[in-house]
Design a protein around this ligand. Structure first.
Ligand code: HEC
Ligand code: HEC
Ligand code: HEC
Ligand code: HEC
Ligand code: HEC
Ligand code: HEC
Ligand code: HEC
Length: 393
């Protein structure tokens, strides 16, 4: 049966969580950040029994109807998915400093291949990570000599604004010095491979170190956030098991549950949790809990507007809004911004867009921007005109 760190029978929660933390480490290491780890219970992504899928909720919950098209659901796609190749087939990318050119083309059986001049054979792209809302990274998988699944994260990703570009964490310099298959991308260990798929899927069955790819439930869907949904269905919706319902969580517990993937503050050192660490913009959960809005909220009033957690501004069953008016309205629910009382007036009124000054976007890699969730006052001037509330972002 299953062995190693992913033995679900023995350590259903902590094994998965260790995995998450290690990957968070790996990713942060790639970004030049160090950090500390601490474990809390998380979703059982590699439980033995296959959890229910979103179709199983359709009969009773309307929210399941359109869920397949949200970024959470589309964040992992397998080769052969009807539209997945449009970003890559026939495209080429010349890495900076003339390191090499990457070509993507279709294989005879409808799969996707990637080739560059420094490695004799094309590699097959087996999965795409990322919905395409921000980026898509292709990966190739194989079985290592110990019989375990490993992956190659390709050095080239797709970005909505620019098409192909280098993958986050890869640089022309490292590629230039790489030999063999490392010219194509980064080989990850078995552990890192499980973590990578783990945050981007709902069920990841593993046998003797091999991911059973045919059975994977890709994307972040119902059972990933409402765990133990099987008991709920069997009881015709009467049972609400622990880990299933979000309604009784404190703001911090709620933010941290999203933070199991969006990175919790307790996974980082105090040095990393500073305004000088511009990479914190990638980690919404860790960033938002630094805000006075979060720390000084009056969350005792259940269900009132005064609660601040991720759900104040995001419905995880839908794509994130891109309307600054929508978000500024959430600010205005708590802040009575008025020319006579706010110090940053007079130019601004209640109708202004709060985001460019208090939650600006910043680019952490060419083509990849994130929104700073550490809501605060800043000295730098905004790079957008806050009065253009109608223009969208
Ligand atoms: C199992 C891991 C996981 C959990 C738990 C999770 N997310 Fe996500 N989330 C992701 C991934 C992966 C993406 C990237 C989706 C993509 O590829 O565009 C994402 C994307 C998002 C986005 C951006 C969507 C968009 O439209 O651009 C928002 C907002 C978000 N998550 C909010 C939440 C909130 C709120 C929670 C908690 C209720 C949560 N997430 C829990 C993994 C997770
Ligand atoms: C700890 C959980 C976690 C792990 C491990 C993880 N991701 Fe993600 N990934 C996320 C979350 C959350 C998002 C959405 C927010 C963000 O981008 O940070 C995301 C977003 C993405 C995106 C969309 C672009 C973007 O930045 O929004 C890509 C592509 C991606 N991940 C690829 C990977 C690859 C490849 C691996 C493994 C090598 C990996 N991820 C491992 C949680 C994770
Ligand atoms: C990324 C995490 C996440 C995913 C994936 C997710 N949910 Fe939810 N769901 C939540 C959170 C958080 C709440 C609490 C919302 C609130 O209190 O505003 C919630 C609330 C609900 C509710 C009760 C409130 C309501 O909106 O009616 C239902 C029913 C529900 N979800 C069903 C589903 C179904 C069905 C799926 C899959 C199609 C799903 N959820 C996927 C996080 C998630
Ligand atoms: C046989 C019908 C049925 C099925 C199937 C079903 N549910 Fe429910 N669900 C209910 C009922 C009934 C409630 C209670 C409704 C209420 O209190 O408004 C409920 C409530 C919920 C809630 C709210 C929990 C809370 O915080 O109060 C969530 C979340 C939820 N269901 C998720 C799911 C998910 C995810 C699935 C699929 C895996 C699913 N349900 C399948 C009937 C069902
Ligand atoms: C749930 C209520 C709530 C929401 C929503 C909210 N805030 Fe706050 N905010 C607060 C509280 C409470 C404080 C602390 C006030 C104090 O120190 O007395 C605060 C403080 C601030 C501060 C001062 C921060 C500092 O560093 O001293 C700014 C700026 C701010 N909020 C802007 C915003 C913006 C912009 C939004 C929307 C993106 C927003 N807030 C959303 C409750 C909220
Ligand atoms: C006060 C409102 C607010 C709250 C609360 C909030 N967000 Fe956001 N979030 C935003 C805004 C604004 C955007 C940018 C939307 C756009 O693309 O125009 C955003 C975008 C995102 C994205 C897409 C990537 C990015 O950075 O642009 C992710 C992922 C995300 N939020 C996750 C979360 C998570 C997880 C939480 C809880 C820890 C959370 N957000 C809480 C306002 C909020
Ligand atoms: C043009 C940039 C800009 C815009 C737009 C803006 N603010 Fe501010 N805001 C500031 C600056 C700068 C400060 C700090 C002023 C100071 O400390 O002297 C501030 C301070 C605050 C504070 C702290 C209380 C105070 O007066 O110091 C709150 C709360 C706040 N803003 C909320 C909002 C909200 C809500 C919106 C949207 C309706 C908004 N702001 C729009 C720049 C802006």
């Amino acid at each position: 049966m299953n062995s190693g760190p992913y033995n679900a029978t023995k350590r259903p929660m902590s094994a998965v969580l260790t995995a998450f933390t290690v990957v968070a480490c790996a990713m942060m290491a790639a970004l030049g950040v160090q950090h500390q780890t601490k474990l809390v219970p998380g979703p059982a992504v590699n439980s033995h029994a296959r959890p229910p899928q979103s179709q199983d909720c359709l009969d009773c919950h309307e929210v399941a109807e359109h869920f397949d098209s949200v970024p959470h659901a589309q964040t992992l796609r397998q080769s052969g998915d009807s539209e997945w190749q449009k970003w890559f087939v026939g495209q080429s990318f010349k890495a900076p400093e003339g390191t090499s050119t990457y070509h993507f083309f279709e294989s005879g059986d409808g799969g996707l291949l990637c080739k560059n001049d420094f490695y004799p054979r094309p590699v097959s792209v087996d999965w795409l990570l990322g919905s395409g809302r921000h980026a898509i990274t292709p990966v190739s998988t194989w079985t290592n000599s110990a019989g375990e699944t490993e992956l190659l994260e390709l050095a080239v990703s797709w970005y909505p604004d620019q098409g192909l570009g280098l993958t986050l964490g890869h640089s022309a310099e490292t590629l230039k010095n790489a030999v063999g298959i490392d010219r194509l991308g980064k080989r990850l260990t078995h552990g890192e491979t499980l973590e990578c798929f783990g945050c981007h899927s709902t069920w990841l069955p593993v046998n003797d170190g091999q991911i059973r790819f045919r059975e994977v439930d890709p994307g972040v869907t119902c059972n990933r956030c409402h765990t133990e949904a099987a008991q709920h269905i069997e009881s015709d919706g009467q049972l609400m098991p622990v880990g299933f319902s979000w309604s009784k969580l404190t703001p911090l517990e709620s933010v941290n549950r999203c933070g199991n993937c969006h990175r919790r503050a307790d996974q980082m050192t105090t040095d990393e949790l500073t305004i000088d660490n511009h990479l914190l913009v990638r980690f919404a959960s860790a960033a938002i809990v630094q805000s006075h809005c979060f720390l000084k909220q009056d969350a005792s009033v259940d269900g009132s507007n005064e609660r601040l957690d991720c759900l104040t501004c995001h419905d995880p069953h839908r794509p994130a809004s891109t309307d600054p008016v929508f978000y500024s309205d959430q600010c205005r629910n708590c802040h009575d911004v008025d020319c006579s009382t706010e110090s940053h007036c007079p130019e601004l009124t209640l109708n202004s867009n709060c985001l460019p000054c208090h939650m600006p976007k910043s680019e952490i890699h060419p083509g990849l921007s994130f929104t700073d969730h550490w809501i605060r006052t800043r000295s730098e001037s905004p790079n957008e005109n806050p009065s253009d509330v109608d223009k969208g972002r």
